[in-house]
Design a protein around this ligand. Structure first.
Ligand code: TYD
Ligand code: MG
Length: 452
């Protein structure tokens, strides 16, 4: 193999330098130069495009067959993938260490390995460890082939001989390419190795899973460098100490994004949760101050979650604003709205917000729930146990409608809730109100103050 020429590229301004130095000579940023391979135009067939032969075609020539999908046998994973695996697609699975990435992929390979040729490439665990886990998960004797290798050129060479239809690389941070001299896990290494694997998957029509660890800052090592290269990006959410794990699709070229798959970690690995809508409620015997249930819609289905707030006198110059599972800036904004449009000041109070069960809510529909929980805790007055609320709050103090209000109400009614505080514009027709449900429509933040 001809030796590739290596240059150093500045990640801040993009300029190229023949030698590494601590400071970029062009933009004067520090510690931004990373190793990269110089690509001469048409020089190397390795660098041809990902998306097929380069000829000009009209749209009419392109056949629009649905991508054939293969169900993985794990319903919740199929849901986030958009219906199943697509051959030739690359899926990146990210998450904290110990959250269950290897477990999920072992289970997927075992389920699919019965019909497909599957290869598990591991750079983190020994073959014994992987086999032990597979045995413990009750998989047959020979569900899939294994390989321990971390050099990407050798992985691809062996995969070309083996011709798997489905391949897992666990994890991309342990893989390195001989073309670069930097250590595995380094941004340049991760990017170049992933690029080679993606090219291999596209050229051979292999379905490829790449496992990526999330660094302390919450990004995949190399600041999300891989997201644009792959077709689908899935992130594991939840706390490794908790029972429930969630997988969210943040990018999907073959399906909807923000779809959520729910799993429970058990002795026998990850089990899909088929009826997840009410698993995140904590069910107090007596009504307690500072909690209320809201109905969010993550992906295509409604989910009942409990929002908890604790408001406590602050002894700090800067009172604390802490959120778990919700956006902290949103909390600051709501407190400002509460002050200006509701006349209740919190500048001498610490405010803590938590979503029960480690779910992360990305929707603004939880605004009214956050505010009602805060008020309830502040006044030490519990809200009724059978009450739910949803609605977005605007800076002008108005309460805005949210999509799919009817469906949310129905889901709440199904779980026995009888009171709903919802935006006036979400008010259903009389005939559409679920039986036994009392609706309290609200239009302004000030109306929320008088509810209880
Ligand atoms: P793992 O899948 O190795 O996590 P990752 O690859 O994301 O780093 O392990 C997840 C955790 O789940 C680990 O701490 C052990 C636990 N676990 C179970 O509780 N039950 C099981 O059946 C398995 C295989 C793992
Ligand atoms: Mg692992």
């Amino acid at each position: 193999m001809a030796k590739n020429k290596i240059e150093y590229q500045c990640t801040a301004c993009g300029s190229l330098h023949p030698k590494w130095s601590g400071q970029c000579a062009d933009c004067e940023a520090w510690n931004t130069l990373i190793e990269s391979i110089v690509v001469k135009e048409n020089a190397n067939p390795r660098f041809t495009g990902f998306a097929g032969k380069s000829t000009v075609q009209t749209m009419a020539d392109i056949s629009l067959n649905e991508e054939p999908r293969t169900a993985t046998g794990i319903g919740e994973l199929d849901r986030v993938l958009g219906g199943g695996l697509v051959y030739g697609s690359v899926v990146l699975i990210g998450g904290d260490p110990g959250i269950g990435k290897s477990t999920l992929l072992t289970q997927t390979l075992a389920a699919l390995g019965k019909h497909l040729k599957a290869l598990y490439v591991t750079g983190e665990e020994s073959l014994q460890q992987v086999t032990l886990r597979a045995r413990r998960l009750g998989m047959g004797d020979d569900p899939f082939s294994l390989l321990t290798e971390t050099c990407v050129e050798r992985i691809i060479k062996l995969a070309q001989q083996e011709k798997p239809q489905l391949m897992v690389v666990d994890s991309i941070q342990t893989v390195y390419t001989e073309a670069l001299q930097s250590a595995p896990g380094n941004v340049a290494q991760v990017r170049e190795s992933a690029a080679q694997l993606v090219r291999f998957a596209k050229q051979t029509n292999t379905a490829l899973f790449l496992v990526g660890h999330v660094t302390k800052e919450g990004t995949l090592a190399g600041p999300r460098v891989l997201e644009h290269m792959v077709d689908t990006v899935l992130y594991f959410e939840g706390d490794p100490g908790e029972r429930y794990r969630m997988i969210r699709a943040v990018k999907n070229r073959f399906g909807a994004v923000n779809e959520l798959g729910l799993f429970a970690m058990t002795e026998q690995g990850l089990k899909a949760v088929s009826n997840p809508s009410a698993i995140f409620l904590s069910r107090h015997d007596e009504p307690v101050p500072g909690t209320i249930v809201t109905v969010t819609r993550e992906g295509n289905r409604p989910l009942l979650v409990e929002v908890q707030a604790l408001v406590d006198e602050s002894h700090l110059g800067n009172p604390r604003r802490v959120t778990l599972g919700l956006d902290q800036n949103r909390l600051s904004m709501l407190l400002a709205v509460l002050h200006r449009h509701g006349g209740i000041a919190m500048y001498d109070q610490d405010v803590f917000i938590n979503i029960v069960g480690g779910v992360r809510v990305t929707e603004t529909a939880a605004d009214t729930a956050m505010l009602m929980a805060i008020l309830s805790s502040f006044r030490s007055k519990p809200l009724p146990k059978d009450m739910i609320t949803f609605g977005e709050i605007g800076l002008a103090g108005e309460i805005r409608p949210v999509p799919n209000g009817q469906e949310r109400l129905k889901e709440a009614a199904k779980h026995g809730f009888t009171h709903a505080v919802i935006p006036k514009d979400n008010m259903p027709k009389k005939s559409d109100i679920p039986e036994g449900m009392k609706i309290i429509p609200v239009h302004r933040v000030s109306e929320l103050l008088d509810i209880y």
